[in-house]
Design a protein around this ligand. Structure first.
Ligand SMILES: Nc1nc2c(ncn2[C@@H]2O[C@H](COP(=O)(O)OP(=O)(O)OP(=O)(O)O)[C@@H](O)[C@H]2O)c(=O)[nH]1
Length: 469
């Protein structure tokens, strides 16, 4: 007999009511009756996500002592600070010098807390103030929305305005030289870039010119295998400039499109490091010299991009570890401080976790508006159009089964961590890290429950996904 199922993802609410202080054991209630429906507490809204993540559906988010919601989203703190500025404008009928003074102080504080340098924050505030006061009142648009628009436009400008694409050599291999301090993610970026370029149809070669950390060559070799690109190395005895030159020669002979040179990192900027980079630069004449910087170092990263640019002349930066506890200062300051654009951002340790840097999308995320375009692009990478249509048909005709469900959870996992996905969905910016952890735990739990079902049950029980009220 064909059956549909009701699946309640949350922990036992009854248990929670009995003893809210005690952690409850999550349980999966699977009833197999002919006319039942599957209540997937999907993350369609913050409320729905709360239901998915909360062991006690309906209970409120926990707040810190300050009363501020602690968000999971990248730059969450900055977003919260900006929101408090808009809130202060509720009820005003136009933006004036007087009524925006306090919101502007909030914005300035939020920027400084995000580790934006003082001069950058100051000029940002001056520019926003000037434009906000000069803006004509538009019928039907609230003054606070007008301020959001001005801040959005200024954020986009601050981060470079346009997306800054990689430049390719007109003839012969394009050489990309990667530089940066120790541990910022250069070697990982080599593989991520090769993966990204391969998807664009370019053939790549990695060159191991970091001769000071022997493990770096092994690491690059392993990563090269993982992404399916050759790695050129001469061990640790040769000079980096010679290795780079010979690597380029080999790439030319194989008609490789792009050569990515991994160089050594140092603990700090020193003369020896700069001289070595200058030699490598002279030897291979790179089309792109990209400085890899760690987002967690905030405004220091911006200063570093400036210093490297003065010393060796770089073409841009790659900002890594934006998935971590980054407050956003680096992303906001690099272009303004150094004059050089951010070309890519790294948002995880996997080779897939590198994206071009889009100032407009980033501004939207900072303002808590999500990033639908990136979401769609990443979803397209893990699922093709036919699969998506097929799935939609199954859902609409209540033929969605547990195998389909597992396929979905796997596809979502391929898109990255929950917090990354949530950050891209508009309106989901208030989800907290604790809620995300709980949701991830619940999905894993649900997957393991489905995995112990018989193959027949997984295929025959149909799930009717109902939207939450
Ligand atoms: N979370 C996170 N971790 C990253 C990211 N990029 C790199 N890492 C991790 O950062 C650590 C250092 O990365 P490496 O690629 O070895 O850094 P490196 O700059 O080559 O290091 P040196 O060769 O010592 O200078 C590794 O554990 C990486 O997995 C990122 O975008 N997000």
């Amino acid at each position: 007999m064909e059956a549909t199922a009701t699946l309640t993802l949350s922990s036992s609410p009854a248990g929670a009511r009995r003893s809210p202080a005690r952690p409850t054991v999550a349980s999966l209630h699977l009833r197999r009756v002919p006319t039942l429906s599957f209540h997937l507490r999907g993350a369609q809204s913050p409320a729905a996500f709360r239901a998915l993540s909360s062991p006690f559906p309906g209970c409120r988010r926990r707040r810190r002592g300050s009363g501020m919601v602690v968000r999971a989203e990248m730059f969450g703190q900055l977003t919260t600070g900006l929101e408090s500025a808009w809130n202060k404008l509720r009820g005003v009928d136009r933006l004036t010098k007087e009524n925006i003074a306090e919101p502007m102080r909030d914005i300035r504080r939020a920027l400084l807390e995000a580790d934006v340098s003082v001069p950058v924050a100051r000029s940002f505030i001056e520019s926003v103030t000037e434009k906000a006061i000069g803006t004509d009142v538009i019928r039907g648009v609230q003054p606070e929305q007008q301020l959001v628009k001005v801040v959005n436009d200024e954020l986009v400008q601050l981060m470079g305005g346009e997306v800054s694409d990689l430049v390719f050599a007109k003839t012969g291999p394009t050489v990309i030289l990667l530089a940066g301090l120790q541990g910022v993610g250069k070697t990982t970026v080599c593989a991520k870039l090769a993966f990204y370029l391969k998807k664009m149809g370019k053939s790549c070669m990695l060159v191991a010119a970091d001769v000071y950390r022997p493990a770096a060559i092994d690491q690059l070799t392993i990563l090269g295998k993982k992404v399916g690109v050759p790695v050129y190395s001469e061990g640790t005895e040769a000079k980096p400039s010679e290795i780079a030159k010979n690597g380029l020669k080999e790439a030319k002979s194989k008609k490789t499109d792009v050569v990515i040179v991994d160089t050594a990192g140092r603990l700090q900027v020193d003369k020896a490091m700069m001289n070595e980079l200058k030699e490598v630069k002279k030897a291979v004449k790179p089309t792109e010299i990209l400085l890899v910087v760690d987002a967690m170092t905030g405004q220091e990263a911006a200063a570093l991009v400036g210093a490297f640019n003065v010393e060796i002349g770089i073409t841009g930066a790659i900002l890594t570890k934006l998935d971590g506890d980054s407050r956003g200062g680096a992303a906001l300051s690099i272009k303004e401080v150094s004059g050089k654009p951010i070309k890519f951002i790294g948002r995880g340790e996997r080779v897939e976790d590198l994206e071009p840097f889009y100032p407009d999308r980033m501004a939207q995320r900072i303002l808590g508006m999500g990033d639908v375009l990136s979401f769609v692009e990443q979803a397209q990478q893990v699922m093709n159009q036919e699969d998506a249509e097929e799935l939609q048909k199954k859902i609409m005709s209540a033929k969605f089964n547990f195998n389909d469900f597992l396929k979905q959870t796997k596809a979502i996992a391929q898109m990255g961590s929950f917090s990354r996905i949530i950050g891209m969905i508009p309106g989901m910016n208030k989800v907290t890290p604790a809620q995300i952890r709980e949701a991830e735990k619940n999905v894993k739990f649900m997957e393991s429950m489905i995995n112990v079902m018989t193959a027949e049950s997984r295929a025959t029980i149909k799930i009717n996904i109902l939207q939450l009220p």
